[in-house]
Design a protein around this ligand. Structure first.
Ligand code: AVJ
Ligand code: FE
Length: 438
């Protein structure tokens, strides 16, 4: 959103907020009892997410930026994610679906009034429309969480979307990234969250990284080669989890006779070999990488592969350049409800020639969630700071379920290493040999 007039920025904010609301509104187009149900103890009832989106929007934009009276101060605690675990939310006296829709609409109407009056500058919270961008990202992050709830719910399909584009290029297996410095993070991206800041220089040893995410076909080879039964492929913690959780395949895979299928949004379908594998946890991803004689990339390596332009020494906003994504660049935004086959997005390749870094599947990195050097909390500790150093691994790139507002080249996600209900996959990496290092 750099280089815009205030009016253009206001328009961009409005469009972005509306796109998020269209998405979340579509995700609650189910029967009322499905909205209030607990589809999994890992997830909130859909109606909690929806009202929580409205409540966060009220706190930041109506009350803080707008300086207005509360719409519903009495419900703040119920929709506070830190006061209520996901598993416990179903037992709260939640707004019912009609009340939640009314509440969320009332808040949004006030937000548009606040937007008309905000200078989108001055206070740091309003500079460049930051608070609005933060709230838009928040809604879209919950839209992805709600999509994961849809993937977990039983019963017939309710969501439909066209298939993603087919593969149009054949890719070499890996790309070599030479040693050297690159700029990680950002100090200029107006809507970047605190954990993406500041821009800082990192020196990275040479490495090789998969040109594309690991596919179902490759994962099946790992599985058929006994990958789930060979403790030597797993870390100690990973194997303990594999045994305790009884992992035998990615979540939602099913064996029918001798053919593997995958359940996706209520439809059982044959596995597609050249689509990125999705719904694997960090421990599984590590075991796969070891089986392949490789390892997961670190977060620094991932971001260098995605953003570094060796011709200019600059880091790009997105893998393909500084322009915002179009449908040609990446499988983002719930346009398609599945990852695209590898080789489907040649226009989205990074300067170094790495494909499908944005969209398709979140990619596990072999890095914990830690602050960049020079990190400063902004605007609240509960977004990032309280998670630093916890039992989390970093996820990069965004999935088919992620909106572009929450997927730029510096965007960082994180989750527990055992989680796989989210849209997670991987690509692998390796150190360079002595000969390759030269
Ligand atoms: C950054 C995706 C881990 O969903 O827990 C939503 C985003 N923060 N509401 C999450 C978030 C507050 C967060 N993740
Ligand atoms: Fe939230």
């Amino acid at each position: 959103s750099g280089g815009m007039t205030t009016e253009q920025l206001r328009e961009h904010v409005a469009t972005t907020l509306t796109r998020g609301r269209e998405r979340t509104a579509a995700l609650i187009e189910v029967e009322p009892d499905e909205l209030t149900a607990q589809h999994s103890t890992l997830m909130s009832p859909l109606v909690w997410d929806y009202a929580h989106i409205g409540n966060q929007e009220e706190l930041w934009l109506v009350r803080d930026v707008g300086g207005r009276d509360p719409v519903r101060q009495d419900i703040d605690q119920m929709y506070d994610a830190f006061l209520n675990t996901r598993a416990s939310r179903v037992a709260l006296p939640l707004l019912d679906p009609t009340e939640a829709r009314d509440y969320v609409r009332t808040v949004r109407d006030k937000v548009f009034e606040v937007l008309e009056r905000s200078p989108l500058a001055g206070r740091r919270l309003e500079e460049g429309g930051f608070a609005f961008g933060m709230v838009a990202q928040h809604e879209q992050q919950h839209a992805e969480t709600m999509l994961a709830t849809h993937q977990l719910r039983a019963g017939a399909a309710v969501l439909h979307a066209p298939r993603p584009p087919a593969a149009v290029v054949r890719l070499a297996p890996e790309v070599v990234v030479p040693a050297g410095e690159f700029v990680m993070g950002t100090s200029t991206e107006p809507w970047a969250l605190d954990n993406e800041r500041p821009a800082h220089t990192r020196n990275v040893d040479g490495f090789a990284i998969d040109t594309a995410p690991v596919t179902n076909g490759r994962w099946l080879q790992f599985l058929l080669d006994g990958g789930y039964d060979r403790p030597e492929l797993w870390t100690t913690v990973g194997w303990a989890h594999r045994v305790q959780a009884g992992l035998t395949a990615p979540e939602f895979w099913q064996l029918d006779g001798d053919a593997w299928s995958r359940r996706a949004f209520g439809v059982l379908e044959p596995l597609v070999d050249d689509e990125p594998v999705v719904h694997v946890c960090f421990h599984e991803a590590q075991a796969y990488a070891r089986w392949a004689g490789r390892r997961l990339p670190t977060e620094v390596e991932w971001e260098k592969a995605a953003r570094h332009d060796p011709a200019t020494g600059r880091s790009r906003r997105w893998p393909w350049g500084d322009e915002d994504p179009t449908a040609e660049h990446a499988n983002l935004g719930q346009r398609h409800l599945r990852p695209a086959p590898v080789g489907a997005y040649p226009a989205g390749a990074s300067a170094l020639g790495v494909h499908q870094l944005a969209g398709d599947v979140w990619e596990w990195c072999d890095s914990g969630f830690t602050p960049h050097p020079g990190f400063e909390v902004f605007p609240y500790e509960e977004y990032s700071k309280v998670f630093f150093g916890g039992d989390y691994a970093v996820l990069r790139g965004g999935s088919f379920g992620t909106d572009e507002v929450a997927a730029r080249g510096t965007f960082r996600n994180w989750d527990h290493p055992v989680r796989r209900q989210i849209f997670t996959g991987l690509r692998t990496a390796r150190d360079l040999t002595a000969a390759e290092r030269g």
